[in-house]
Design a protein around this ligand. Sequence first.
Ligand SMILES: [Zn+2]
Length: 316
Amino acid sequence: MLYPWQKNDYQKLASSFLRGNFHALLIYGGIRCGTNTLMDELLQFMLCHQRNGLDACGSCPSCRLYQEHNHPDLYILAADETEERKTLQIKVNQIREVTEFVYRSSHLSGTKVVYLPRLQELNISSANALLKILEEPPVDCIFILQAEDIARVMPTIKSRCLKYSVTRPTYEQAVAVLDSSADIDFWLRYYDGEPLFEIPFTVEQKKLLIETLQTPSISNIFTLTKELDPKKIGMAKLLEFFIKWQSDLMQVACACSPSYFVDSNQALQQLARRLNKDKLYALQDDSIFLLEWHNHPLNHKLQLENLLLKYQQIYV
Ligand SMILES: [Zn+2]
C-alpha cells in the first residue's frame, strides 16, 4: 500500500514508463519515506501483463510470480549480505550475471527489469561494468536504480538515467503514520521530517547523551560510554547523534537556530560562546570519518571516549 505522499510519484512514474520515457530510472532521496513501498508497486506494475490503467492487475501469472518473489524477469542486484565485510559491495561477477540476464529473452515475453535497491553498494569496478550495459541498453529491459544521496552517484551513471526525487511527506502526513509518544516531535525533526524510523534511544539514554554533550566532564563522558556501550547500542547511532549535535552547535555559533536540538537552544547558545570553531571543524571531520568506518572492528568504546574527550577540548 502506498503512503499518501507517494500517490502522485507513483502516477507520474507509471505513466512515464508507459510512454517509454526511460530505459534507466534513478530514484533518490527520502530514505525514511517508504521508497521501497513505492518501488514495490512500480515493479509489479511494470511487469504486469494485464495492466488496468495505472494499476497492476494483481492476478495475472506475472503478478503472481512477483508476489511470490519469484519472477524470472526481475533481477535484484544487491550485495550479498551473508558475507562478512566492512562495507557491503556488489561485485563484478554479479554484473556478469546481469549481462546474461539482460541479453537473454524474457521468460514471460514482457518487460525485464533490473533493480538496484542500494546503488551505493556498487564499487568502482562494478559501476564501470554496469555502465557498459547502461550505454547500450537492450530493448525491453529497464533499469531501476535507487540511491540515498544523489551527490554520491557517479556522474557517468547519472547521465544515463532519468532522475527522479521522491516526494517527502508533509508534517501532518508524517505525524499521521507515527505512534504518538512524548518525544515524537524531537525524533521527527532528528530524521529531517522523514517518518519511517525506529527511535534509537530510550528517554533515559537520550537524556544522558544530551547532559553529557551539554556538560562534557570526564565523569559524564565515562558514565556515558559505560551506560551506552557502543558495541550494544551501535556505534553509528551514537555517532549520528553526536554529529547532529555538532552541526547544531555550529549553526548556533553562526547566529542561526538549531535544526534538531531546539529544546537545548539555550544550552547551545552558552556553549557556542566558549567555542573554538576550528577545533569543532576538525572534530566534525573526525566524527564523519569514524562514521564511515563504523563497521570496522575497532575498539568502539575507546574511539567514542577519544572523540568525546576531543569534544571537551573544543571549548575554551
Ligand atoms: Zn498483473
